[in-house]
Design a protein around this ligand. Structure first.
Ligand code: SF4
Length: 218
């Protein structure tokens, strides 16, 4: 694989679907999935993006995005920030008037992301096997139009999330989303834990999986 030049990116797929998560759920959205991720979450559902894909110039990505009938763009991965030119892509999309969301693991620095972008940042709970990768300094850069997402694989993950909410006053920084890890806990269990505690979070299921299952390109 040729190394990325500053104006090109390794792209796993570009596709049109409904946003499945967060405040933009249900909106027709173009997804730009970049290749590569330095993490290995136990429940990862996008391992097909760890390698492969094709090198595309910034101009070619922008031209492809423009083919779809929407102003919503989600840059995702993998871990999109693992490629430096992702920052250029995000700014170029904002400059063209798109509403841009970035899905990131929370393990890399988000401070240089264009401030017009909504950063949808994970906090990795212990059940992910990657909690040690949380870059806690990132919390200081979150604003109200960003979102924090925590995937819950077990009761211990839920207790961990509750502790972080209290310790860092997360719900006052931006919306906090709690999702059940598919196949590891019953969604209803998580919903009932949240209600029992009156936790200031948004429970979410991944809409695209309800509609299409877990298939690439959806
Ligand atoms: S950060 Fe995302 S893409 Fe990377 S291993 Fe974890 S879930 Fe998969």
């Amino acid at each position: 694989m040729a190394p990325d030049t500053p104006r090109s990116l390794r792209v796993s797929e570009i596709f049109f679907s409904l946003q499945g998560e967060g405040s933009r759920v249900g909106l027709p959205t173009v997804f730009v999935r970049l290749t590569g991720c330095p993490l290995r979450c136990t429940w990862c559902d996008t391992s097909h993006a760890f390698s492969g894909g094709q090198s595309m110039s910034l101009a070619a990505i922008l031209a492809r995005v423009a083919e779809f009938p929407t102003r919503q763009v989600c840059v995702t991965g993998g871990e999109p920030l693992a490629q430096k030119a992702c920052l250029d892509l995000l700014t170029a999309l904002c400059d063209r008037g798109y509403d841009v969301a970035l899905e990131t693991s929370g393990a890399l620095d988000v401070s240089l992301v264009d401030p017009r972008v909504s950063r949808i940042m994970d906090l990795k709970a212990p059940g992910s096997g990657e909690a040690k990768r949380n870059r806690w300094e990132n919390l200081a850069y979150l604003r109200p139009h960003d979102e924090l997402k925590i995937i819950i694989a077990c009761r211990a993950d839920y207790e961990w999330a509750k502790a972080q909410l209290a310790k860092y006053d997360l719900a006052r920084r931006c919306p906090v989303l709690l999702s059940p890890a598919q196949g590891l806990i019953e969604p209803r269990e998580l919903a009932e834990w949240i209600l029992a505690d009156g936790l200031p979070v948004r429970f979410q299921l991944q809409l695209h999986k309800c509609l299409w299952g877990n298939i690439p390109g959806r």
